[in-house]
Design a protein around this ligand. Structure first.
Ligand code: S6P
Ligand code: ZN
Length: 194
C-alpha cells in the first residue's frame, strides 16, 4: 500500500438526503448571502440594495468530511435558491482551479445551468436531475438556477485543485444568464438586461 503525506482518510459511506440536500457524515458548510456577492451581477446597484435590505440567501454548500488534500476527492452539494437580480438568475460566485484539474457535477434536483469560460470561449450546459456536467481543466465554472425551485448538484473535485475567485472578477465568465419568456437567455458578459 502506498504511503501518503496527508493524514489517512478511511473508506466511508456518505449518505445524501434528497429532501434536505444534506450529507451525513457532514463536513464544512457555507451559506452565501447577497451581501457576499459584490461585483458579480450585471446590476450591482440592485444587488447592493438587496444586500443592505433583506440580504437573502443565494446559495449554500454542504460537504462530506473528505478534506481538500492532494489525491483525495472532496465532494460538496450546492443548493441555489430561485430568484433574479435585475432579471439575472441567482448564481454562484464562480471560480478557476489554480492547479488546472477537471471536476464533475451531477444534477440532483431542480433545473439550472453550468456556465464555463476558458478565457476565450464560454459554454453552457443545461443541468437537471441525473445530468453530469464535465468541467475540463482550465475552464472557470459558475452555476445558475434557471428554475422556480431550488437547484441542487453534487460536485466532485481533486483535493489539490484550489479555488481562485479573483480570476472570475478579473476576466468575467463570457456570458450571463437572464430570465426570458422562453426560460433563459444568454447574453455577452457586459450586457445589462432588465
Ligand atoms: C468546487 C465546486 C463547487 C463550488 C460551489 C460554490 O470546486 O465547483 O462545490 O465551490 O458550487 O460555487 P463557488 O463558485 O462559490 O465556489
Ligand atoms: Zn470547482
Amino acid at each position: 500500500m502506498p504511503s501518503f503525506a496527508t493524514p489517512p482518510i478511511e473508506p466511508m459511506q456518505i449518505r445524501f438526503d434528497f429532501s434536505t440536500a444534506a450529507v451525513q457524515p457532514a463536513g464544512p458548510a457555507m451559506t452565501r448571502r447577497m451581501s457576499s456577492l459584490s461585483g458579480l451581477f450585471a446590476r450591482e446597484d440592485l444587488r447592493a440594495a438587496e444586500a443592505s435590505g433583506e440580504d437573502p440567501v443565494v446559495y449554500s454548500v454542504v460537504s462530506s468530511p473528505v478534506p481538500e488534500f492532494a489525491r483525495e476527492l472532496p465532494q460538496s452539494i450546492t443548493t441555489i435558491r430561485p430568484g433574479t437580480i435585475g432579471g439575472e438568475f441567482f448564481m454562484t460566485k464562480g471560480h478557476q482551479h489554480p492547479d488546472p484539474q477537471a471536476e464533475i457535477y451531477l444534477g440532483l434536483g431542480g433545473v439550472g445551468g453550468l456556465l464555463m469560460f476558458n478565457g476565450q470561449r464560454s459554454t453552457w450546459i443545461d443541468m437537471a436531475e441525473g445530468v453530469i456536467g464535465y468541467i475540463p481543466p482550465g475552464w472557470a465554472h459558475r452555476s445558475v438556477n434557471t428554475g422556480t425551485e431550488d437547484y441542487s448538484f453534487l460536485a466532485v473535485y481533486p483535493g489539490s485543485a484550489g479555488h481562485d475567485y479573483g480570476w472570475v472578477l478579473e476576466h468575467g465568465m463570457g456570458q450571463r444568464a437572464f430570465s426570458d419568456p422562453t426560460g433563459h437567455v444568454l447574453t455577452p458578459y457586459s450586457a445589462i438586461c432588465v
